[in-house]
Design a protein around this ligand. Structure first.
Ligand code: ADP
Ligand code: MG
Length: 267
């Protein structure tokens, strides 16, 4: 579904590439957590996949990016937006309408669908995302978790096969983050979505069952493996990232974590 071969990207106003020789392949339906210290290039990678780069921030891109069988270089932004649904870190920036219902419908209005279909699909998605009561409210009046659900509905309503979330946990308290991650997990499984979550909050993000964790550092992939293998290793702690607390506790207690399976699924 997604493949990057020797991808290097340098912002126009930088003297060195921010992403260096990235190789990454995700199958359809695969769920990946992309993590790494602040400034490691996570958002840059996400923004390459959804077309924000080099569209909004120019730079030099080399290598090959394939999305859903198409070469990114040959996709325009509109075509790409039908492939990759993005939920931004700050959902406020994503809201365009006066009510939640209008906002969710905006994606569909953009491709001029009939009004009846619009109403039916907004209602359907409000149900799936457990927010029928929110539809008439102003997006700005919602809690962080509710805003995220609205943003999620706004991108899912278009049936994009790939869902990209950059720091979905940034503005949420732990309880709201848990609700969001569980909802994402359920939707991704039910709909077979390919999911990329970008976040350095590893324990919280692992409330989604990921197939792999990709660790970025200084613009390079330094680890790419199943969550259990990543948690068994010391790659997270060694790079200033916090692994799940129970994993650190097990290691501190002298438990041989290399013998444990499903280390990411202990909650
Ligand atoms: P992360 O999301 O992992 O924190 P980013 O991809 O946002 O990392 O940023 C990585 C580096 O890329 C930054 O340290 C900065 O040097 C550079 N960078 C990010 N955005 C821009 C931009 N719009 N213009 C120029 N350089 C940028
Ligand atoms: Mg970022």
């Amino acid at each position: 579904m997604i493949s990057l071969e020797n991808v290097t990207f340098q912002y126009q106003n930088q003297t060195e590439p921010t992403l260096k020789n990235i190789n990454l392949a995700l199958q359809a339906g695969e769920r990946a957590l992309i993590t790494g210290p602040s400034g490691s290039g996570k958002s840059t990678l996400g923004n390459l996949l959804n077309g924000v780069l080099p569209e909004e921030f120019p730079g030099e891109l080399s290598g090959k990016i394939m999305i859903d069988g198409k070469n990114l270089a040959e996709l325009d932004l509109t075509a790409l937006s039908f492939e990759v649904g993005t939920v931004l870190q700050d959902p406020d920036a994503q809201f365009v309408a006066l009510t939640v219902a209008e906002d969710v419908a905006f994606a569909l209005e953009n491709d001029a669908r009939p009004a009846a279909e619009l109403h039916q699909r907004v209602a359907q998605w409000a149900e799936i995302l457990q927010m029928p009561e929110l539809l008439k409210q102003k997006p700005q009046e919602l809690s962080g978790g509710q805003k995220q659900r609205v943003a999620l509905a706004g991108v899912l309503i278009d049936d994009e096969p790939i869902l990209l979330l950059d720091e979905p946990l940034a503005n949420l308290d732990p309880a709201a983050g848990k609700v969001s991650m569980e909802l994402l997990d359920r939707l991704a499984k039910e709909r077979g979505l390919t999911v990329i979550v970008i976040d350095h909050r590893i324990e919280e993000a692992l409330q989604v069952s990921f197939d792999r964790i990709v660790v970025l550092k200084d613009g390079q992939i330094i680890a790419n493996d199943q969550p259990t293998a990543i948690l068994q290793s010391d790659v997270l702690l060694a790079n200033g990232l916090r692994e799940s607390l129970y994993v650190t506790a097990l290691k501190d207690a002298g438990v041989d974590v290399s013998a444990l399976v499903s280390l990411d699924d202990w909650q």
